[in-house]
Design a protein around this ligand. Sequence first.
Ligand code: NAI
Ligand code: MG
Length: 352
Amino acid sequence: MNKINLAVLPGDGIGKEVMPESLRVLDLLAEIHGGLKIERTIYPWNCDYYEEHGKMMPDNGYEQLRNHDAIFLGAMGDPSRVPDHIALWGTVINLRREFEQVINLRPVKSLKGVQSPLRSDKEFDFVVVRENSEGEYSQVGGLIHQEADEIAIQTNVFTRKGTERAINFAFELAKTRNKKLTSATKSNGLYHSMPFWNRVFEEEAKKYEDIQTELIHIDALSAFLVTKPQSFDVIVASNLFGDILTDLGAAIMGSIGIAPAANLNINGKYPSMFEPVHGSAPDIYGKNIANPVGQLWTGKLLLEHFGYQELGELLLSTIEELLVDGVKTPDLGGIYSTTKFTDALLERLAQK
Ligand code: NAI
Ligand code: MG
């Protein structure tokens, strides 16, 4: 019997609604497989915890988490109670850094049964590899002077190690897919960082002669995601560019509520973390209408990370069957609640 030992952090808002539903589904998938056991410890670290303890996680939180095979996270944040930078830096952002989760993997794919807001009905299927540890998201910089003289300086950090690592990961991924890699750049505007990024990309490309490559400026690339998303296979991007591209990716899929993501530790030292793209959606929390597909598809990435490709495929294809049949939550125009959608999914899976 193989075992996956999960640390589960439901977090805040709809994280507390979609996580329990996703765990029911993972349990059934493990049962269907027969040789897999998913063990888990639930950690109630979130804004409630902050109100009680003055911090988002206990001091030994990282030690507790690092003994798990992976972290399965809902979403953090409740801006009406805790400022966002405290809630997110105190959890998600620091976890990505502490556990050297240097790659953020975000698949973008048209799902059967879901209407994309794009007029063209051409199917698309690509993956964004986002550098997850440095780039534009750094704490280097500062504020000086005040009022009319105030100056904010924010420094971008692009190391050779970090850049090479992300680009190399993307080439390896392209090798297993349709052998095309697009690099998001902006070397016409960013004087130092992006010409460096391009140079590293071109050096890596020499090692992968069978992969078709292209460099596209981020502004044009954003437009192409709208006008011809079907032309992409793997896209590699810096932290900020990847962040923006993947929200756009979620939008063209039809709802932010379905988009999945994985934060990967690739040196094997720490657990990877699997969390949907969406946040805690306080505007719909408590109504049992959140779409659980983002969390569920994230569960598919988790299963695949541990080699359970077939279970992952079974999960997503069964979700697509339901969507085609009109079993949908309100964000996709349906009438199903979070719970009712999951019940229908469990029922359909049990028939497989
Ligand atoms: P959000 O993703 O929570 O919500 C944006 C919009 O999408 C809202 O209208 C929401 O109702 C809708 N939405 C999101 N997920 C949905 C789902 N599964 N089903 C149906 N509709 C869904 O982003 P927002 O409003 O900017 O942030 C809310 C909180 O979440 C903030 O505290 C923010 O910092 C936090 N956040 C946390 C993240 C994380 O923990 N990784 C990621 C993004 C935001
Ligand atoms: Mg984002």
